[in-house]
Design a protein around this ligand. Sequence first.
Ligand code: URA
Length: 489
Amino acid sequence: MRCITLDSETDFDGWRDAVRPLLAARIPCEALGWRVGNTATDLFSTMGDSDLFKVTDHPQYPVRITKTQVAMCKRVLCHRSPERLYHLYATLLRLQTDPYALDDPLFTSGLWVREADKNIRRDVHKMHAFVRFKKVGERLVGNMMRENFCAWFEPDHRIVEHTADFFARRFTGMDWSILTPDGCTHWDGKNITVSPGVDKSMAPDADDTEEAWKAYYASIFNPSRVKIGAMMAEMPKKYWKNLPEAELIPQLIQQSEAMSRQFMSTPETAPNIRTEKVAPEVYAQTTAPINISTLAEAEDAARRCTQCNLHCNATQTVFGQGPMSAKLMLVGEQPGDQEDIAGAPFVGPAGQLLDRALNEAGLDRGGLYVTNAVKHFKFEPRGKMRLHRNPVADEIERCRSWLTLERQFVKPKVILAMGKTALLSLTGHKGTLKSVRGGSFEGEFGETIIPTVHPSFLLRLPDPAARDREYAQFIRDISRAEKLTKEAA
Ligand code: URA
């Protein structure tokens, strides 16, 4: 019998170092016991500290474990059940001789580990969605004031360290701490640090952001689409105590019928006279995407789109291009003069610059899905030239349904949003690009959205030094997107 002692419940390095030689010697699970600090955790055996056998006395075999399985072990180690250590080891041991062990419906430990992994992923997803920061102070860094936020959260499992990277990417620009009973994580704009868990009495008090959350929630609440079952599944009651907006839910549900009746009985408002003047007949014939079940159908429908006026003067719809298997999607603004003629995105000067940057970042454009937020070229005739004009918010919004379909069918893990228009369409972010550069957003389909500049911006920079600097930063953003894609795939 041999007892393995881990420094903490989530001591992954200690666990990995202990498990490797045991797997190499094919030591059976029953010969092992597990302890964390001074606590025996293994339900299946109890023993003292003694080493009754030496691993090195056994024959040694190569250890087989894939990167995906390592990542899974790291997650499952966060599970709160003491059984995890037994089942993890039993699963890895079986995987040494049977690479398909995790698919065996009769292999109890494999099933346990898969279920635990699913629970951890769900717990992480809920934590991403339900952490609510409250402002607790500010500090001066150089000549910049950094705001300091704190959140209290009670995850089902010991996942706080696991989620720190996500929050550091999402809230790069502020200092934050996330407190949980098992551990706390902190971000100061440069580093993530970890400290022991704390009691709920340390949770921050209410602040103004609570009112903002409530106002936001009330504004997106649709009284005619209340589905209590689906809502409770998405936002289980156990999270309500830490969600400021949750106190509105009973009241909003209660009022929903009356609110719907009021909507129905309110007379239609008159159309906006300025819109009517621009193109009444065009907006009247809409081809919003309905009943579309493949990307090819989406492209076909987009070719006939008349949802805004841009189709009137453009040569054709320029839909996205790239393999359905692409895990990284690039989104630009709208086709330019050459794209409008060729019917393909990014083939003109901005496309050439993009190709060069992708090459330098070591990426092959053939493996990426490249598209635009707006699918028609918007321009102003000037002599023989067609001068690019920025699409307005309404045009971006009307075209968003096509981009949404591209996202739904291609299912990229990461999207590089090139420029303000792409970012607005993908995330609704209306602020400056600068304020979010270096961070990321979580897309509505779970993708990570990385903001960066548009290649045309680089082409327009008059100062060569600034252009070089910005170009280098653009390549760094591409590389970061590619790294995150690999991690997520
Ligand atoms: N600019 C874009 O945003 N998209 C293109 O396809 C070409 C230029």
